[in-house]
Design a binder for this molecule. Structure first.
Ligand code: 2RA
Length: 335
């Protein structure tokens, strides 16, 4: 079915990628409406050879559409999405964290739990980027061996914070290389030549909100509240692509070769695991693939059910825009 489609936050890194993907994947758009903040209203963006004028995102401006792909800051989504939902028909796919943990809002990664979607949805949440790439790898292992415990350290690129953070990374890097002296341009501390173990705000127990999101969202998507998932999330001086170092404790004994064979067959996952030949997942590789890359798969030296592995994925595409467009495709194919 061809769809009247809207993109909210069309000028951001994720919004732009959504527009690219709608064209690249030939999503059956009958009309496309683009919305962004007041300051971008009137600008034009190209889609399928046509220039589309961006409108200010206000509920009264929003056309009635079949699908709305939304990528706006949490505070804006929180305020505006209920109003748009009230006033318009169609399905909203929201990339913010505002509604992800609401009981009646499905949180979806199509390859993992696409079956939770039904034709009555009006709001679907797109998970956090670091959650998406993690559950893409956890799900096949959960189904085959069971999962008891997951410990993750992330290496998250600056683009996860948006275009301004990428510019800050470049500016700080240039300043450091040219004068040796530089100051923080975006985060509390410099990101160039540095690592920041602080993503989002901190909860009372010392975990950052990004770490809590990964735990809660993964459990919701996998429908397994009992899996122990704890994370340390780190911002790294990389432009695009998030990586994760993961330790898993399975319910059943499995060897690294079995894990590798299983992941190699999983939809949307690609095993890159010849470390001696320099073949392992890297953020730079994720610029050219939509697969979640996994490698360094190895047995724990002490625990017979313990497996270590390393994941990298494109945080803007599979971690955000692509996952949202895949949800739209799934919704549309069910109509
Ligand atoms: C980050 N998880 O990388 C965020 C992006 N949504 O900061």
């Amino acid at each position: 079915m061809s769809c009247k489609t809207a993109v909210f936050g069309a000028t951001g890194l994720v919004g732009r990628e959504i527009v690219n993907l709608l064209e690249e994947r030939e999503f059956p758009v009958s009309d496309l409406y683009l919305y962004a903040s007041e300051s971008s209203a009137g600008e034009k963006m190209s889609f399928s050879g046509e220039d589309i004028t961006i409108k200010a995102l206000k509920p009264e401006n929003v056309e009635n559409c079949d699908i709305y792909l939304s990528s706006m800051p949490g505070e804006v989504s929180q305020q505006i999405i209920p109003e748009i939902k009230e006033k318009n028909s169609g399905v909203i796919i929201d990339n913010s964290s505002s509604f992800r943990m609401d009981r009646d809002v499905p949180l979806v990664v199509p390859e993992v739990n696409g079956e939770v979607l039904d034709e009555n949805e009006d709001l679907i949440a797109n998970p956090n980027c670091s959650t998406i790439q993690l559950v893409m790898v956890l799900k096949p292992l959960l189904d085959e061996f069971g999962l008891k415990r997951v410990l993750v350290s992330t290496y998250q690129s600056a683009s996860g914070s948006g275009a301004e953070a990428v510019s800050a990374l470049k500016k700080e890097s240039r300043a450091r290389l040219q004068n040796g002296d530089f100051k923080a341009e975006y985060y509390d501390n410099p990101i160039a030549f540095n690592l920041l173990p602080a993503i989002d705000y901190f909860h009372e127990d010392g975990f950052s909100n990004e770490e809590i999101k990964m735990r809660r969202e993964s459990r919701k998507i996998l429908e397994k509240e009992e899996i122990e998932i704890n994370c340390t999330c780190v911002r790294v001086p990389v432009e695009y692509g998030h990586a994760e170092s993961v330790y898993l404790e399975l319910e059943e004994k499995a060897r690294a070769e079995m894990v590798s064979d299983l992941l190699d067959q999983a939809l949307g996952v690609k095993v890159l695991d010849e470390p001696e030949a320099g073949v392992y997942p890297q953020p730079l590789d994720t610029e050219n693939t939509d697969d979640v890359l996994v490698g360094r798969i190895r047995n724990d030296r002490d625990r017979s059910r313990g497996i270590h592995l390393y994941i990298a994925a494109n945080n803007i595409r599979k971690g955000a825009a692509l996952n949202a467009v895949q949800i739209a495709e799934k919704i549309n194919s069910g109509k």
